[in-house]
Design a protein around this ligand. Structure first.
Ligand code: HEC
Length: 147
């Protein structure tokens, strides 16, 4: 029992001590990771947009679920932009790691807007307004950093 406990503790310490880059064994893994997150996020933006436009009936519970997911997913891609990760499958424009301050600024603005999306999703009118603000913050970054 003592050995098992010790092994567990050592394992946990090693995991905690691992450098951030070790989360992606290969550069391509980071590209796949961030593109996957963006894809799921865009899917939920699409669901909200359909409700905001009246193409599907507004459902506050579903809207808030999607808003919460977007808010959580929106924190995820940013660790997956290691320097030099403009691989063949990447649609990066420029080198965000060289313009880190500007890239970070777009992330901060975007995350501030997705935080407001969760309460806004309680009613269709506030959802529509805040969805516009979130969408504009996606576009601002894409204009600079996505092909
Ligand atoms: C801070 C910058 C930034 C913000 C904010 C941002 N994106 Fe992106 N997005 C990127 C970059 C950079 C790429 C290209 C990644 C790559 O291909 O390596 C990308 C790629 C994508 C892709 C394509 C993924 C693929 O498989 O090729 C989609 C879809 C997408 N973003 C949707 C969104 C949506 C929707 C939002 C807002 C809800 C958003 N993004 C917010 C920077 C951003």
């Amino acid at each position: 029992m003592k050995q098992i406990l010790l092994a567990c503790t050592t394992g946990a310490v090693l995991l905690l001590a691992a450098p951030a880059q070790a989360q992606f064994a290969k550069v391509q893994d980071a590209v796949d990771y961030r593109q996957s997150v963006f894809t799921i996020m865009a899917n939920h933006m699409g669901r909200l947009s359909a409700m905001a436009r009246g193409q599907v009936p507004f459902d506050a519970a579903k809207a808030q679920d999607s808003a919460r997911l977007i808010d959580q997913l929106g924190k995820m891609p940013w660790e997956a932009f290691p320097a030099g990760s403009n691989t063949n499958t990447s649609k990066l424009k420029g080198d965000p790691w060289k313009q880190a301050a500007q890239f970070r600024q777009y992330q901060e603005k975007f995350m501030a807007e997705t935080g407001k999306l969760v309460p806004a999703a309680a009613s269709v009118d506030s959802l529509r307004a805040q969805l516009g603000a979130v969408g504009a913050s996606c576009k601002a970054c894409h204009d600079s950093f996505r092909q």
